[in-house]
Design a binder for this molecule. Structure first.
Ligand code: ZN
Length: 331
């Protein structure tokens, strides 16, 4: 199932192969793109291309010792930094620098990859900045992020920005169906995530399946002005949400439901995510005003933003439930 980066990002791998071949690799790259776009894979693939001794036209062989060790994060001249807890701390960057002043363990070539680079603390970012300004030796840096806007502009200006786009929803859907996911589920999963891997994990997750059924029941109750929806937050939704990621995913599902309703208002059946419920959604849709449907989408988007602040998820969802009642019931 593992998809090759040359398939996910054929244009970019071709571009970097040419740079490797012509020895034109820059000192620092910022790889920016959504989850599932292949940022980490691309960085590792370029590292392989640089270190591979059997490369052809800049393409790594993927078989040799160097290629394999890089794939396993086990090549001492290729160092990856990941957040410790919620941030990348200045000590991690200091460690990186100390590693890099030593001459290459196996060559003079060195490369580092910083995942979730937006999570660098300000002091970590400043420490890295000095390093980027005076690179010692033959060093290449890859900073990976989902959102380049969250990095210090001084860092961004030191890097060449490479933007990765992920699979289109349609491509992902086809891929999921090819892996045995039902048409309806593939539609929904392709709207919930960009990552084929995550989508397949969710497809196999029984609890997530139940949560989807429950969130639909909750939403349908709101549409029918049934106040059991309010109690449902605690009994039907919260038991299935154990971490921040699950909270975000639940809200994403709710965003899709409100969005589906709006799409149906505009007659755009093909873009609907919850096609398994499109019949019921269409029926309820008739009773809802256009402005109410728009306000509902806005309300959920605003809620998603609130989650970054520290409030209990239960109170956030309860407030949202009331808010949706008022959007859809026109009060
Ligand atoms: Zn190789």
């Amino acid at each position: 199932m593992e998809q090759l980066i040359t398939e996910i990002q054929p244009r970019l791998t071709q571009h970097f192969a040419k740079l490797v071949e012509n020895k034109k690799i820059a000192h620092a790259y910022l790889l920016a793109g959504p989850r599932g776009a292949g940022k980490n894979k691309l960085a590792h693939w370029i590292a392989q291309a640089i270190f591979c001794k059997q490369k052809q036209n800049g393409y790594p062989c993927l078989q040799c010792n160097d290629c394999q060790r890089i794939a396993q994060n086990n090549q001492p001249d290729v160092v990856t930094i990941v957040p410790e807890g919620n941030s990348i701390k200045v000590d991690q960057i200091r460690y990186l620098k100390s590693e890099f002043v030593k001459s290459g363990v196996e060559s003079n070539r060195k490369l580092f990859i910083i995942q979730n680079a937006e999570k660098m603390t300000v002091s970590a970012a400043n420490s890295l900045l000095k390093f980027l300004e005076e690179p010692s030796g033959d060093v290449t840096a890859f900073l990976l992020t989902e959102n380049a806007n969250q990095l210090l502009p001084t860092i961004v200006s030191r890097c060449q920005l490479v933007e990765l786009t992920s699979l289109t929803t349609k491509q992902l859907r086809e891929k999921l169906q090819a892996n045995g996911v039902t048409v309806q589920k593939a539609h929904l999963l392709a709207h919930l995530t960009n990552s084929p891997k995550e989508a397949l994990e969710l497809d196999a997750d029984v609890e997530f399946d139940q949560l989807l059924k429950n969130v639909w029941e909750w939403f349908n109750q709101i549409l029918r002005n049934d106040w059991r929806a309010f109690v449902g937050v605690q009994t039907k939704l919260l038991p299935y949400v154990n971490d921040k990621e699950a909270e975000q995913r639940l809200l994403q599902a709710i965003i899709l439901l409100t969005r589906d309703l709006l799409l149906l208002k505009y007659g755009k059946k093909d873009d609907v995510a919850f096609i398994m419920y499109s019949k019921e959604l269409s029926e309820q849709n008739m009773k809802i005003s256009e402005s109410g449907a728009i306000r509902a989408v806005e309300a959920v988007l605003a809620t998603k933003h609130q989650l970054t602040v520290n409030v209990s998820f239960q109170s956030v969802l309860e407030a949202l439930t009331l808010n949706l009642f008022s959007c859809y019931q026109g009060r």
